[in-house]
Structures are given as structure tokens and as C-alpha cells.
Design a protein around this ligand. Structure first.
Ligand SMILES: Cc1cc2nc3c(=O)[nH]c(=O)nc-3n(C[C@H](O)[C@H](O)[C@H](O)COP(=O)(O)O)c2cc1C
Length: 320
């Protein structure tokens, strides 16, 4: 199946900047889109809920201004992430806002629901649903999602445990629609590898935390620059769902990252977990790919590096 135009025509490289709780906001989204990749943010980052209207106006206006000034290099489209979970009491409001602004791409997480897909399809938007296994992928497509984001082992935030090879291979046996791959992708070579494996685009989160536009403290950004995969721990202790976190941030909060207790998944409450003192604010989510992040720099520099590496990797592979 051909990739929808929205996921290719205005992209300089096949990359979507993944939504990052607390960290992504309009400045980062605008920087990502104007640099030529899809920028995104979780709707829940706009607080109170009424702020979502302002953020969507700011992004829509900012992208329009960019396109007027640089018609030869138009901005890539943006995406809004909706957490489809019973604990998200804002879902209806936030979806109404997406419909009002005709948000081009919606990324749904945690639950696949036909009503969300229908609302976004009503104006021609597309829905990408993120999953950590083939069963959830199948259910998301049956419920009307247009594409899938395969969240493989090593991804930042809530992540699965499957090898990207296994996950992509199983999904590609039955699905030829848009497929994104995420988990520790932080170089141009890794973007190309994702495509070689069968994905259409790479979905990249953690490297954008250490960009100047990201809404993260300098100590968080610096910890990413200073860390590598051995500094990441996989635990369900903080939100009830397994995810990858920076060990030094856990140690800083007074806990032993190598001996964390198990949480009870039935107690998972996204809203409580995210407004509570610890999870995400003090305990910093991060994927395993961050050894490739060597500096705190504007998002456009990161995209330029990925672009240069991606083309160099393609040339080298074709010459081999
Ligand atoms: C700090 C942080 C916050 C995240 N918040 C969200 C979120 O609110 N919603 C969501 O769907 N995914 C969230 N994710 C997951 C990312 O969207 C993406 O799947 C992941 O970052 C990709 O792996 P990578 O970080 O190794 O590139 C988060 C990840 C991180 C690191």
C-alpha cells in the first residue's frame, strides 16, 4: 500500500518526532516541523485543558507563517497524541479540539477506540496507533486506525520488550499500511535500518529531550548527553506500566534503580501518575539510544545530523 501523502511529501527524512509527556510543547513542535520532520505533542501537556485551544492556534499559525515565508521548503505536518485510557477524563474535550483545528495526524496510545478514529477521519485526518505487540496491532487496525507505531524494546517512556525485528516482521505478514518503528533510534543509519526492516518511518523521542526547544530542565538534558544504554532501567514501579527511565534520576530521588519494587498494574492511573510528585517530573523517561546524543542543541541541528547520516548510510550501503 502506498504511504499517504501526508507522511511523505513534506518530510526531509522519514521521521516523526515522538510525543513526550511534559517535554513537548509548541516551540519544539514548530522546530521539528519547520526542520522537515513531523512534530508532535501529547494533548495532556496543555494544562489546563483550555490551553490546548491556544497551543493548536499557535502551531497552526506558526506553520502557516513559515510556509508563507519559505514556500520552497514548507513545514512538515504535526501530530497530537491522545491517551485513550479510562483515567484520561479530558479525551472528549481534546478530541473536539483536534476536530476544530483539523489536526492532520493523531497518535493514539494505550487504547484503540473506533470513535477516536471516526472523529479524526471526519475531516480527512489520519490516526496512527502505538502498540507493543502484534495482537494489539491487529486490534488497532480492526478498530479503524490508519497506521501503526511499533514500540519495540529500548524505547523511552512506556515501552515493550520485543525485538524490533520480531515485531516488524510479524506485523508485515498481514499489514501493508503505514508502519512506524520506535525504540532507541538516534542516528541516520538506524532510520535506514528501520526502513530496511520493513517500517516506513522512524519514530524518535528521547534525542529530542536534549534539544534547546524541549521543555525539560538543563539537568535532564545534560543527563541524556552524559548517559548511555547502561544508564537505563526498565520498570513498572512509577506508573504501573513498564517503561524505560534514567537510573541517575532515580538515584537522585533517593531510590536504588537496581532494586525497584514491582508495581500492581491494575492500579495504573495515568492522570494520577502524571500529576503526582515523582513520575516523569523527577523520574526521567528515556530510551536506550541516547549514546548518540552528544550535545544540547537546537532541534534543527539534530534533524540536520540525522539527515546527513541517513543519506551517507544509504550511499555507503548502495556502494557496498
Ligand atoms: C520522557 C518521555 C515521555 C513520553 N511521553 C509519551 C506520551 O505522553 N505519550 C506517548 O504516546 N508516548 C510517550 N513517550 C514515548 C515516545 O512517544 C516514543 O515512543 C519513544 O520515545 C520512542 O523511543 P526513543 O525514546 O528511544 O526514541 C514518551 C517517551 C519519553 C522518553
Amino acid at each position: 500500500m502506498a504511504l499517504p501523502d501526508i507522511l511523505k511529501s513534506k518530510l526531509r527524512i522519514p521521521v516523526v518526532g515522538a510525543p513526550l509527556f511534559i517535554v513537548s510543547h509548541p516551540a519544539l513542535v514548530l522546530a521539528q516541523c519547520t526542520a522537515g520532520i513531523v512534530g508532535s505533542f501529547p494533548a495532556l501537556n496543555a494544562r489546563p485543558a483550555e490551553q490546548l485551544d491556544e497551543w493548536l492556534a499557535e502551531i497552526t499559525e506558526g506553520l502557516r507563517n513559515h510556509d508563507e515565508k519559505s514556500p520552497a521548503r514548507p513545514a512538515a505536518p504535526f501530530a497530537v497524541n491522545q491517551i485513550v485510557h479510562r483515567s484520561n477524563k479530558r479525551l472528549e474535550h481534546d478530541l473536539t479540539m483536534c476536530v476544530k483545528y483539523k489536526v492532520p495526524i493523531v497518535i493514539s496510545s494505550l487504547g484503540a477506540v473506533p470513535e477516536v478514529n471516526e472523529a479524526i477521519h471526519s475531516y480527512g485526518g489520519i490516526v496512527l496507533h502505538d502498540i507493543i505487540n502484534n495482537r494489539h496491532a491487529n486490534s488497532a487496525i480492526r478498530k479503524g486506525a490508519d497506521g501503526l507505531i511499533a514500540v519495540a524494546a529500548g524505547a523511552g517512556g512506556h515501552a515493550g520488550l520485543l525485538s524490533p525485528f520480531a515485531l516488524v516482521q510479524e506485523i508485515r505478514e498481514w499489514f501493508d499500511g503505514p508502519l512506524l518503528l520506535s525504540g532507541a533510534i538516534a542516528t541516520g543509519r538506524a532510520i535506514l535500518a528501520a526502513q530496511a526492516m520493513g517500517a516506513d518511518l522512524a519514530y524518535i523521542g528521547s534525542p529530542f529531550i536534549s534539544t534547546t526547544e524541549a521543555r525539560a530542565g538543563d539537568d535532564y538534558k545534560k543527563m541524556i548527553v552524559d548517559s548511555n544504554s547502561s544508564d537505563i532501567v526498565y520498570s513498572n514501579y512509577f506508573t504501573g506500566i513498564h517503561g524505560n527511565y534514567l537510573k541517575p534520576s532515580i538515584a537522585k530521588a533517593g531510590m536504588d534503580p537496581d532494586h525497584l519494587p514491582e508495581a500492581d498494574p491494575s492500579k495504573m492511573d495515568f492522570e494520577a501518575a502524571t500529576t503526582g510528585a515523582k513520575a516523569w517530573k523527577d523520574i526521567w523517561g528515556c530510551g536506550q539510544g541516547i549514546a548518540a546524543v552528544k550535545e544540547i542543541a537546537p532541534a534543527s541541528n539534530l534533524v540536520a545530523r540525522l539527515e546527513q547520516e541517513y543519506h551517507a548510510a544509504k550511499t555507503a550501503l548502495c556502494a557496498a
